[in-house]
Design a protein around this ligand. Structure first.
Ligand code: GLY
Length: 586
């Protein structure tokens, strides 16, 4: 009789949540060795989702998809280090998690080596040479977000492949080996989950609108869990990268196909844009916090600055004197978030183009003066720190990978197409979705982007400029060694989710599992409302409502992937229960 794959997955996730497996190690061993060979509609499936693994003298990989985490772990078993594993895992995600894993997007990597070396790789997309500040404004000067969010004009120059090659110099294995698992997954296909089937079905119309050629993500009958997704064109593109290196993407056949396809969808990307794309090596943003050192992403991601501001301001509010999710603690955190996001809108942009405000915005004098307006009796009106803008809906895209190897090298990398499947455009014969990252620029100052963030002049479009991001890949050090590897998707909710996870572990002494899976809340200055997940303490919400806080329920905030290093030989990996996210051990 066929086994219902979704039921098997749900059971596994439930087991992990109950932590019964941790209480009964024998059962855990049995469970971990179980190869779930489920049969659904006649197709063989071999996923195992692990939500928490305690590893001893072994590396860990946490990502949004069990197959991708397993690819990373396999690279560690083959002698690769955390940097090798991060490349292979990202490449696998480009195949098995096409909604956000990518070749056609960009992101940020924070690395800490066991030698103490700390670095970042900025492989953020950049604006094409033919872009201009007002390119999304109509004849009446109104911003047309359909152009910045969908179709060819939304595409920024992809940085991910350059990011893989920049990471390679920190690894020990050749790219040909790291890319092989992704090629196999694309060529042979993999069985999709119900969640993935539902997403593909929901996007069918958009895929058809932006692609005139057949694409593997569209089929006549609806997708269902267990269906095999085969991506032949993507396998061919990956093989070109395998054979030719970076030039297999940024020049020659792939580049020609990309430019032709984007042009056919009204885009402006040129061969020159691709050929000239460069990653940026930037010094990490590093600051002390309660005896730990936080190593995170500087501009052009706002994430690191926001994280520093929120942690510092809430420490001025004596956050750790209150109970986790008490009204007092929540108020302090909401107000720290409000003030940080107000600064994001006003001052932040690509530091290669605008004055870098980091030093000022993270300084004690500035943040203490910012915190002076905190009033425990009442919400601070956002109007006191900026102009009110209408509410815009949230999205939860992007994807994050946390890795530690047994030699204690750590990688935190967040990568994105921006929206769900990015611009929805696939250039014919390339097989991968292109980003819609141009929407992360402020397309008209005062108009919120798809995540509801308001951008000012610092984040205006200019050729070659990187759009402001919220991605917050972070590594927390204890005694100069990796202690926490953390990050999440979620647009503007990224910095707040990382912030809440860090204070959960450091200030409130939660287990990593509890810190990741506890309900989250998010405030971003504008709109005035606080987004909340289900399950927050009702009495706390009631108390905060009486202080003029307005709450808006949302389905989920972030999908945080965490590794907590207990000692040089022991680490705990936790994958967020909000999705199919999974941790794999070496
Ligand atoms: N596009 C999502 C981010 O950059 O944060």
């Amino acid at each position: 009789m066929p086994v219902n794959f979704e039921l098997v997955l749900t059971f596994i996730v439930w087991l992990d949540k109950t932590q019964l497996l941790l209480v009964f190690p024998m059962k855990k061993l049995l469970f971990l060795s179980l190869f779930v060979s489920a049969f659904c509609f006649g197709q063989s499936l071999d996923y195992t989702i692990h939500k928490e693994i305690h590893a001893q003298n072994k590396g860990l990989v946490v990502s949004a998809h069990p197959l991708a985490s397993e690819v990373g772990a396999e690279i560690l078993r083959a002698g690769g280090n955390a940097f090798d594993a991060s490349i292979a895992t990202q490449l696998a995600l480009a195949v098995v998690y096409p909604q956000a894993g990518n070749l056609g997007g960009g992101g940020f990597l924070v690395g800490v080596k066991n030698t103490g070396e700390k670095f970042t790789i900025d492989f953020r997309e950049t604006a094409p040479e033919k872009s201009s500040r007002d390119m999304y404004l109509d004849a009446h000067g109104n911003a047309d977000t359909t152009l910045s969010q969908d179709g060819g004009l939304a595409v920024g120059i992809p940085g991910s492949v350059a990011g893989f090659f920049a990471t390679l110099k920190h690894g020990v294995l050749p790219m040909a080996q790291l890319i092989e698992p992704a090629i196999k997954l694309a060529q042979n296909g993999f069985a999709i989950t119900k969640r993935e089937a539902d997403l593909l079905n929901a996007q069918k119309e958009a895929f058809l609108k932006h692609n005139s050629q057949p694409i593997p993500f569209v089929k006549a009958s609806p997708w269902k869990s267990g269906d095999l997704l085969i991506q032949k064109d993507l396998a061919t593109t990956l093989k070109r990268i395998q054979a030719l290196g970076e030039k297999g993407f940024y020049e020659g056949t792939t580049a020609n196909l990309l430019v032709k396809g984007i042009k056919a969808q009204n885009g402006i990307l040129t061969l020159n844009d691709l050929k000239n794309y460069k990653v940026a090596d930037r010094a990490p943003l590093e600051f002390p916090y309660k005896g730990f050192s936080i190593v995170t992403m500087p501009l052009p991601s706002s994430g690191g600055i926001l994280l520093a501001q929120m942690l510092k301001m809430s420490s001025y509010g004596h956050l750790d004197q209150f109970k986790f999710h008490s009204p007092q603690a929540m108020q302090i955190m909401i107000e720290a978030e409000r003030r940080a996001f107000a600064d994001r809108a006003q001052y932040m942009g690509d530091p290669d183009f605008v004055k870098d405000p980091t030093e000022l915005l993270t300084s004690e004098a500035y943040l203490k003066s910012r915190w002076k307006s905190f009033n425990h009796l009442s919400a601070t009106p956002s109007a006191e720190v900026g102009e009110i803008i209408p509410v815009q809906t949230e999205s939860t895209e992007t994807t994050h990978i946390s890795i530690i190897d047994k030699a204690q090298n750590a990688v935190s990398v967040t990568t994105t197409l921006n929206g769900l499947y990015g611009s929805k455009v696939i250039s014919p014969e390339t097989g991968f979705f292109l980003n819609n990252e141009m929407d992360d620029f402020s397309i008209k100052p005062g108009v919120p982007n798809m995540f509801g963030a308001v951008g000012g002049a610092a984040n205006a479009i200019a050729p070659g400029k990187r759009m402001l991001s919220s991605m917050t890949p972070t590594i927390v050090l204890k005694d100069s060694k990796p202690y926490l590897v953390v990050g999440t998707p979620g647009g503007t909710t990224i910095p707040t989710s990382v912030y809440q996870t860090i204070v959960g572990i450091i200030d409130f002494k939660l287990t990593p599992n509890r810190a990741v899976n506890a309900p989250k809340f998010h405030h971003q200055w504008l709109p005035e409302t606080v987004l909340v997940e289900k399950g927050l303490n009702r009495a706390a919400i009631k108390a905060l409502k009486s202080k003029n806080y307005i709450f808006q329920p949302v389905n989920q905030i972030g999908r945080t992937e965490v590794i907590l290093v207990e000692s040089s030989s022991r680490a705990i990996g936790v994958a967020d229960s909000r999705g199919d996210d999974s941790v794999a051990s070496e």
